[in-house]
Unconditional design. Structure first.
Lengths: 192, 192
DNA sequence: AAGAGCATGTAACCTGTTACATGATTAT
DNA sequence: ATAATCATGTAACAGGTTACATGCTCTT
């Protein structure tokens, strides 16, 4: 599901301009999907060209005209078909965890900073998701999911950071481990 | 942190060929980072060209020569500097949650399938992460993190799916909601 | 006999990110 | 005054994915 399809989905809930859509991405989908103007505006242009949405310009004083997009019947059908046929992905991409895997090559202070920062971010994310009762059940469902994950993540880091903090390098032990010296025969396999 | 840097990191643990690295991505980083041959091989070529790694060819019977890469001192320094200076990301991208947000436009059976599948996937992910005691603390740490998240995710879906299952469309209610008919004035804002 | 695993790579493609370009209005 | 918000877009770039191309060996 690309930005185009999701814009179409949002427009299925009501008319909006590109600027509005960006804000919705930021509020509704903040924790699991992001999109910038650089993908939203072209997406809307494409959708308009293929007849999925109609566009009505609302002139304004001093600003560019507000281009209000509304979904067409064709667009609705397309979106429904996307919901039916596309099997959705759910992917985490975390350089952070990769770094943690290399914790033993990290300076201890640096490691602690990284962990502290990440814990704060998870806690902040969990906190910023209010359990607003007025929102739709779907909103609550996805927000709750994000909150649950963020809380678990923060808790896990706090409970288990000691496992890797002991491995990090102190300033005095900065010299490289003298592995891997000229021997091709000794490979990754043998070291795991 | 791109594939290139992570290949360098893996090579800092021991020599390997592209094929090996792919397998390591699949085993070690499976749940939070993926890389295909299409990114690994070019990455290794780049690294070799810039002097970060050396390459030694090991001819084989019937197969292409095994190209064994070993990290150089320059490569090690580069990797360390990457660990120190780059601030790592941690991003979820989930079409699945986006779809769940649109649950009310989904057929009920379809919604249940999606939820069932996702729960199975999370459970499978949590299960396939063995708590092998022989592995390094870092390995255990990142594996444990993934396991914790997968478990929470599965549990959340099971505990909260009822919130949105009630919203999904039954086969008889298939007609579109008659919103958004010719009225531009009624926008997304007002509907949230 | 068929399929999985070993082993390399390229090229086209898709998609999203970042930086740029413009400029008035409103809140601090 | 300064910063944030509103509002549009383009163009270059980065990075990864998919499909293609090749072919032997080992297991089922």
């Amino acid at each position: 599901m690309d930005v185009k399809t999701i814009c179409l989905g949002l427009l299925s809930l009501g008319d909006a301009c590109g600027y509005d859509l960006k804000k919705h991405f930021e509020s509704l989908f903040r924790h699991f999907f992001s999109a910038g103007y650089g993908s939203i505006y072209p997406a809307l242009a494409d959708l308009a060209e293929s007849g999925m949405v109609r566009c009505q310009e609302l002139p304004q004083q001093g600003r560019p005209a507000r281009k209000i997009y509304s979904i067409t019947e064709l667009g609705r059908e397309h979106f429904r078909s996307a919901l039916l046929t596309q099997n959705p992905t759910h992917k985490l991409r975390s350089d952070f965890l990769v770094m943690m895997y290399f914790a033993d090559q990290l300076d201890r202070n640096r490691l602690q900073d990284l962990l502290d920062q990440r814990v704060s971010q998870f806690r902040a994310a969990a906190g910023e998701i209010e359990t607003a009762a007025e929102t739709s059940p779907q909103s609550q469902f996805v927000a709750g999911f994000s909150r649950a994950l963020a809380t678990t993540a923060a808790q896990y880091l706090e409970d288990n950071r000691h496992l890797i903090e002991g491995e990090a390098q102190t300033l005095s032990t900065r010299s490289y481990r003298n592995k891997n010296t000229h021997e091709v025969a000794m490979n990754l396999e043998e070291r795991l």
